[in-house]
Design a binder for this molecule. Structure first.
Ligand SMILES: Cc1ncc(COP(=O)(O)O)c(C=O)c1O
Length: 448
């Protein structure tokens, strides 16, 4: 019997949708940089009956009985996180990246305090103080930006920090393709007395493997999701560094209290087990090879795209991600390019670019990444093929332009989708991506 047991009979609708999703993941090039394919053991751990347990509290200090084995699991996850990231304290209970970041605020800030983060349309995350997020409403958000060349404007950040004396400064991003300047931000935070929090959600796997600089010496706190380059289950961790402990010996305790009981109830023990499995995997030489290949692939993809005339923000990448600037092709093109790429079998996401002329919903960029396709085993040769396919698809979409009048956009998109689907070059591209996927089977041992 497969993973889904008798679900085919018991719940055929969900069974069918899960089967279709597996087929989709197998047959498309997954290039959303925040996604990855967790190992079978990570999936197995998160699919266990650990789901059934309530464990409010922390190992050895629970509010419920029956936590003997959950304590073993959580202690292992904590120990592995501490070792992998070189930190004295780790909390592995946050449900995901956004609540982890909110727990940090609640440990350090009071409503109305000034906080700083990279502006969302410059590559920052919602939870770093964007106006539509609760973090931009509870706190006085002072965003810093990237310069014309796409690199973080460290001078501006320093000036704003000195003027505004923020309580905390985020360094981290969701769409920044260069190494994060941890050291420079540590100097700024120290100068104005702020806590520096490194949100390494995107690059955690690269940091673990030593392929991206570690913030452990520079930040007071590190937050990360566990499901991106780290290749674990959907979850998050908050870590306190030695520097953080020196600034405030109570910090570990404040973080723990902010997560539980401050923000959350019972931890998701099945996720904790899967995090522990992923952390063990991330400490192996094979994972270090994987992380190195992720970056090599991203660099090769970027070089090949640029050779074919595609414009990239900062003209390349240091990490797993590329940001394509579509403004040479006209206005608000991200949404059109995303649909054309998907029709050709490449899943990417529309994204804002620095100095965005559109809006977050109709942005001018496309964000792509190599973590998932590298997990499938693809290397530089395949990146050259993919760059060729992408450039051709973007070329096919380039004469379309989203109407200025928002009321006309839905009808325009319907017609656009039809034309893209019928486009011969895009159909040819789809054949190529299907062939590529079949050469690198995903979860070959998985039976549903
Ligand atoms: C830098 C960064 N922080 C936090 C998050 C939030 O994570 P989640 O989606 O798990 O809430 C993300 C997710 O995209 C992210 O990129």
């Amino acid at each position: 019997m497969g993973m889904l047991g008798d679900m085919k009979v018991a719940d055929p609708e969900i069974y069918k949708a899960i089967r279709k999703e597996l087929k989709r993941q197998r047959e498309y090039l997954e290039m959303i940089p925040s996604e990855n394919f967790a190992s079978m053991n990570v999936l197995r751990a998160s699919g266990t009956m650990l789901n059934n347990k309530y464990s409010e509290g922390y190992p050895g200090k629970r509010y419920y009985g029956g936590n003997e084995f959950v304590d073993v699991i959580e202690r292992l996850a904590i120990e592995r996180a501490r070792k992998l990231f070189g930190v004295p304290h780790a909390n592995v209970q946050p449900y995901s990246g956004s609540p982890a970041n909110f727990a940090v605020y609640s440990a350090l800030c009071s409503p109305g305090d000034a906080i700083m983060g990279l502006n969302l349309t410059d590559g920052g995350h919602l939870t770093h103080g964007w106006k539509a997020s609760i973090t931009g409403r509870f706190f006085r958000s002072v965003p810093y930006h990237v310069k014309e060349d796409g690199y973080i404007d460290i001078q501006e950040a320093r000036r704003l920090a000195i003027e505004n004396r923020p309580r905390l400064i985020w360094i981290g991003s969701t769409a920044y393709t260069r190494e994060l300047p941890f050291e420079e931000f540590a100097t700024i935070a120290d100068e104005c007395g702020a806590y520096l929090v490194a949100d390494i959600s995107h690059v955690a796997g690269l940091v673990a493997a030593g392929v991206h600089k570690s913030p452990a010496q520079h930040a007071h706190i590190i937050t990360t999701t566990t499901h991106k380059t780290l290749r674990g289950p959907r979850g998050a961790m908050i870590m306190v560094t030695e520097k953080g402990q020196r600034k405030d010996p109570e910090l570990p305790d404040r973080i723990d209290k902010a997560v539980f009981p401050g923000l959350q109830g019972g931890p998701h023990d099945h996720t904790t087990a899967a995090i522990a499995v992923a952390l063990l995997e991330a400490s192996t030489p094979e994972f270090a090879d994987y992380a190195r290949q992720v970056v090599k692939n991203a660099k090769m993809l970027g070089e090949e795209l640029m050779r074919k005339g595609v414009k990239l923000v900062t003209n390349g990448t240091d990490n797993h991600m590329l940001l394509i600037n579509l403004t040479p092709f006209g206005k608000s093109r991200g949404v059109l390019a995303q649909e054309a790429l998907e029709a050709a079998g490449i899943v990417a996401n529309k994204n804002t670019i620095p100095k965005e002329p559109g809006s977050p919903f109709y942005p001018s960029g496309i964000r792509i990444g190599t973590p998932a396709i590298t997990t499938r085993g693809m290397r530089e040769g395949e990146m050259r093929e993919i760059a060729g396919i992408m450039a051709e698809v973007l070329n096919q979409a380039k004469d379309y332009e989203l109407p200025e009048d928002a009321a006309k956009r839905e009808a325009y998109m319907r017609r656009y989708r039809k034309e893209i689907k019928a486009n011969k070059a895009i159909k040819d591209a789809r054949i190529k991506t299907l062939e590529l996927c079949s050469r690198f089977p995903l979860y070959p041992e998985m039976r549903l």
